[in-house]
Design a protein around this ligand. Sequence first.
Ligand code: IDP
Ligand code: MG
Length: 144
Amino acid sequence: MVIIKPDAVQRGLIGEVTQRLERRGLKIVGMRLEQISREIASRHYAEHEGKPFYDGLVDYITSSPSVLMVLEGPDAIAITRATMGATKPAEATPGTIRADLGLMIGRNLVHGSDSSESAKREVDLFFGDDIVEYDRAIDAWVLE
Ligand code: IDP
Ligand code: MG
């Protein structure tokens, strides 16, 4: 589960972020533009409740529309996290989304699930069963 956060949407980077993930070969099976409510944001970020940055994080993620995305593929979680880069843009490897497009941890453009458990929880939270199953003609050239 990926969220293109409000800063990336406002900066006109939906295409740039999507392209970096899509071009790796990951398959988009869910995609929606939505302004996340405070209620959903607090459930999504429940693990961070009580941390000093929590209120600012909920303000940020609910401040403007986000793009919600479900990606499928072998090692989709690790591939996505590697493509995003480290949480803090200053520590992210050049070539990653957060290094190339960001400056500050509180405006780091993108969210990606960090485990299969959190991915399942987040997909349930944002998409339920609304996943689009389809075959891609390119898969024979992406998957061995
Ligand atoms: P992740 O997004 O790389 O998984 P987490 O530690 O799960 O990083 O933190 C969730 C989000 O909370 C980060 O992406 C970032 O937007 C925000 N965040 C984390 N630490 C800080 C901080 O120290 N200051 C401001 N925002 C933070
Ligand atoms: Mg996280």
